[in-house]
Design a protein around this ligand. Structure first.
Ligand SMILES: Nc1ncnc2c1ncn2[C@@H]1O[C@H](COP(=O)(O)OP(=O)(O)O)[C@@H](O)[C@H]1O
Ligand SMILES: CC(=O)OP(=O)(O)O
Ligand SMILES: [Mg+2]
Length: 381
C-alpha cells in the first residue's frame, strides 16, 4: 500500500488530495480539500501558501506517506517526464517563472513548504507541459525571427497536459479501443481552457502556447487575439504593459465580455435575455468550434471529441452549441444523451455516429498521484 499526497497550488488557492493506493485494485481517496483566498487579506484567510498548507496538513493522516506529487504548470523544454524534486529541479522551475508568472510561483511555494514540513519524503513535480513535448517542430514553432525565438524561449509549450493525457486514455477505454488506434480532440474547459489533438495517445497540437493565455476563450483570459491589439492599447490608450497583461489575463474572456467568469451564472443570465451574456456564450462556443475544425484537419481522421473539466463536464448547452452544424463532418450531439443528469464517462453522440462525442470527467489529481508513484517506484529516488 502506498499513500500519496497531491498538491495543486494556484495563485490564490491550494487544492490537495490524499490517496491510498493498494498494490492491486482501486485507489482510495482518503481526504480532499480546497483552501481559497490565500493572501487576499480576507478575515480568517491564510496569509500565504505556507500557512494554508501547514493548516491543511495538520488535519491529514500523513503517517506512512510514500511521496508528495506537485502540479507544476510550466516545465519549459527541460521536462518531458515527471521529476524527483531536488535543488536543481527547484532552480529550473524558478527559472521558468517569467514564462508562467501566474502559476509557477505558487507551485514553487507548495514545493518549498512541503519539503520543509515533510523532510525525507520524496517530492515529485508533474508538469502540465510534459505531455505536449511530442509536438512536431512545425506545431510548436512560432513564425517569428528564429534567433530571437531561440534566445528567449519563444515556443508553443502547451498546458493542461495531465488532463489531456488521462482524458484521452479514458476516452479510448470508454470506446473499448486501444489507445494507439484512437484519434481524439480533447476539450478541457475549466477556468483555464485548452484544446488538444491527440493522435494515438500523443499530443500533436494544442491551443495554449508560450503561456496559458493563448487559444480558447476562458473565464478571465482572452485566448487568441491579434497581437497588434497590445501595441494599439499601449500606444493609443497609453496603457502600461503590466496593465495590458492584467487586462488579458484577468479582465478578459467571459468576465470581460459579460462581467462573470462562472459559466453557471452566464447561462442563467443568457436564459434571462441578457445580451452581453448571449454574446459571450457565442464567442466562447465559436472559438471551440474553430479549434475542432482545425484539429480535425490536423488529425486527418477523427474518432472522438471529448469534453472535460468544470464547463465541459457540466454544461450541455456549451457542448451542443460548440458542435452545432457539424453534421456533414460526422459530428453530432444527441440532445437526450447530452442532457442527462448522468455524471460518469459517457458517449453523447447518436448511436453509430462516425465521430464519438464524449464527456469524460478529468482527474488531474489521480494522474499526478500515479505519475508520482511511477517516479518513486522507478528508483529515481
Ligand atoms: N453545473 C455547471 N454548469 C456550468 N458550468 C459549470 C458547472 N459547474 C462548474 N462549472 C464551471 O466550471 C468552472 C470551473 O471548472 P474547473 O475545472 O473546476 O476549474 P479549475 O480546476 O480550472 O479551477 C467554473 O468556473 C464554472 O464556470
Ligand atoms: C494552465 C492553466 O491554465 O491552468 P488553470 O486552468 O488551472 O488555470
Ligand atoms: Mg482544473
Amino acid at each position: 500500500m502506498s499513500r500519496v499526497l497531491v498538491l495543486n497550488c494556484g495563485s490564490s488557492s491550494l487544492k490537495y488530495r490524499l490517496f491510498d493506493v493498494p498494490a492491486t485494485g482501486e485507489p482510495l481517496v482518503v481526504a480532499t480539500g480546497t483552501v481559497e483566498q490565500i493572501g487576499e487579506r480576507v478575515p480568517g484567510a491564510p496569509h500565504d501558501h505556507a500557512e494554508a498548507l501547514a493548516a491543511a496538513m495538520s488535519d491529514l493522516p500523513l503517517d506512512g506517506l510514500t511521496a508528495v506529487g506537485h502540479r507544476v504548470v510550466h516545465g519549459g523544454l527541460m521536462f518531458s517526464t515527471p521529476a524527483l524534486v531536488d535543488d536543481a529541479v527547484v532552480a529550473a522551475i524558478s527559472d521558468l517563472v517569467p514564462l508562467a508568472p501566474l502559476h509557477n510561483p505558487a507551485n514553487l511555494a507548495g514545493i518549498e513548504v512541503a519539503r520543509a514540513l515533510l523532510p525525507g519524503i520524496p517530492q515529485v513535480a508533474v508538469f502540465d507541459t510534459a505531455f505536449h513535448r511530442t509536438l512536431s517542430p512545425a506545431a510548436s514553432t512560432y513564425a517569428i525571427d528564429a534567433e530571437t525565438a531561440e534566445r528567449y524561449g519563444i515556443h508553443r509549450y502547451g498546458f493542461h497536459g495531465t488532463s489531456h493525457a488521462i482524458v484521452s486514455r479514458r476516452t479510448a477505454a470508454l470506446l473499448g479501443r486501444p489507445l494507439d488506434e484512437v484519434n481524439t480532440i480533447t476539450l478541457h474547459l475549466g477556468n483555464g481552457a485548452s484544446a488538444c489533438a491527440v493522435e494515438g495517445g500523443r499530443s500533436i497540437a494544442t491551443s495554449m502556447g508560450l503561456s496559458p493565455l493563448e487559444g480558447l476563450v476562458m473565464g478571465t483570459r482572452s485566448g487568441d487575439l491579434d497581437p497588434a491589439i497590445i501595441f494599439h492599447l499601449h500606444r493609443v490608450a497609453g496603457m502600461p504593459f503590466a496593465e495590458i497583461d492584467n487586462l488579458l489575463n484577468r479582465r478578459s474572456g467571459l468576465v470581460g465580455l459579460a462581467g462573470v467568469n462562472d459559466m453557471r451564472t452566464l447561462l442563467t443570465r443568457r436564459a434571462a435575455g441578457d445580451r452581453a451574456a448571449a454574446l459571450a456564450f457565442d464567442v466562447y462556443c465559436r472559438r471551440i468550434r474553430s479549434y475542432v475544425g482545425a484539429y480535425y484537419a490536423e488529425l486527418g481522421r477523427l474518432d472522438a471529441i471529448t469534453f472535460t473539466a468544470g464547463v465541459g463536464e457540466n454544461a450541455p448547452a456549451v457542448r451542443a452549441a460548440a458542435l452545432a452544424g457539424l453534421d456533414r463532418l460526422g459530428i453530432a450531439v444527441d440532445p437526450a444523451r447530452n442532457d442527462t443528469p448522468e455524471r460518469g464517462a459517457r458517449v453523447i453522440s447518436p448511436p453509430d455516429a462516425p465521430v464519438a462525442v464524449c464527456v469524460v470527467p478529468t482527474d488531474e489529481e489521480w494522474e499526478i498521484a500515479s505519475q508520482t508513484l511511477g517516479v518513486v517506484a522507478g528508483g529515481a529516488a
